[in-house]
Design a protein around this ligand. Structure first.
Ligand code: URA
Length: 309
């Protein structure tokens, strides 16, 4: 490849990493109105009201702009990133050979079916690798499924991968991952004694917050992943993970440090939320409280070990 092509590729790469994943036109286009019109049309086609749609996201979490930058993102960008472009017609649109899928109730249903059918973690990973219902996979370089030990007694769940995770295909390997490793070490754990995953397994372009639709589509997979790992203890890293998996709108300040119960089929798992490591990098004063949370995790693990012996 000659120099000019390499430079062009580097520039396009930079645009993509910055979340620029659609072409700008000379006349302004209101993508929100476009999405809303499209959603209305689809709802009418499918014979239900917009409020019936499970991926509509009517709560306060949905009111938060999907374009805001994600607390878990390790890199900062001067401008918020746009969501994926919305094609004008149909459920699928072709652009440059890749197929863009519009999220709707049936996409969520197909994610549920696919996840339900996976009976091992390897099957679940393979199933995600072949799943084309989430457009994030079109801009991500790799699927970020999990890291650590699937036999571990404690499982940590973050929100979505950032740039470093996308490049390596492993969760929490950037700056926030390095902090997570230090926190694990402080309570005598490392990745051989912990299992780590994210609610959304593909990096949103430019590290933007996953949209409620993207989260809803990916949710059946993380639910199944938790079920298959079946840890003794589940730790939500940050508010997005806690809110999605607990189905609550309570803020992380109130949620963190409180032991709760997470229900999977036939199992109750002790769970706790704590601050996201990326938040701690920006607000180091909160590390003191997080340290309390980690001590409490260690204590719970010790109690459970004693009870099982
Ligand atoms: N933030 C997350 O929530 N997950 C990662 O894997 C990395 C950063």
């Amino acid at each position: 490849m000659d120099q000019a092509n390499r430079e062009l590729e580097a520039l396009l790469d930079f645009y993509l990493a910055s979340g620029i994943d659609c072409l700008l036109e000379t006349d302004p286009v209101d993508r929100f109105a476009e999405t809303a019109r499209l959603a209305e049309r689809r709802a009418a086609e499918q014979g239900f009201r917009p409020s019936d749609r499970p991926v509509q996201g009517a709560g306060p979490a949905a009111a938060q702009s999907p374009l805001s930058r994600r607390p878990g993102a390790d890199r900062t960008f001067p401008q918020a990133a746009p969501a994926a472009p919305v094609p004008q017609q149909g459920n699928e649109a072709s652009g440059g050979g890749t197929s863009v899928v519009l999220p709707n109730a049936s996409t969520v249903e197909s994610a549920r079916d696919a996840a339900r059918n996976a009976s091992t973690l390897d099957e679940l990973r393979a199933c995600l690798e072949g799943f084309d219902g989430c457009n994030l996979r079109l801009t991500a370089k790799n699927l970020v499924f999990a890291d650590g030990n699937p036999e571990a007694r404690v499982m940590f769940v973050g929100e979505a991968p950032g740039r470093d995770e996308d490049l390596q295909g492993k969760p929490f390997v950037g700056r926030s991952g390095q902090l997570l490793d230090k926190m694990l070490k402080a309570i005598g754990l490392d990745r051989s004694a912990a299992y780590i995953a994210n609610v959304v397994p593909w990096r949103p372009p430019g590290n933007r917050t996953p949209t409620p639709q993207e989260t809803e589509i990916c949710k059946p997979f993380i639910l199944r992943q938790i079920e298959l790992v079946n840890p003794d203890i589940l730790v939500f890293l940050g508010s997005a993970s806690a809110k999605t998996l607990l189905g609550t709108q309570e803020g992380i300040r109130k949620l963190r440090g409180r032991w709760m119960s997470y229900s999977t089929t036939g199992e109750e798992i002790a769970c706790v939320a704590t601050y996201h490591p990326a938040y701690l990098l920006r607000s180091p004063l909160e590390k003191r409280q997080t340290w309390q949370d980690f001590l409490s995790i260690k204590q719970k693990l010790d109690e459970k070990r004693l009870a099982q012996s």
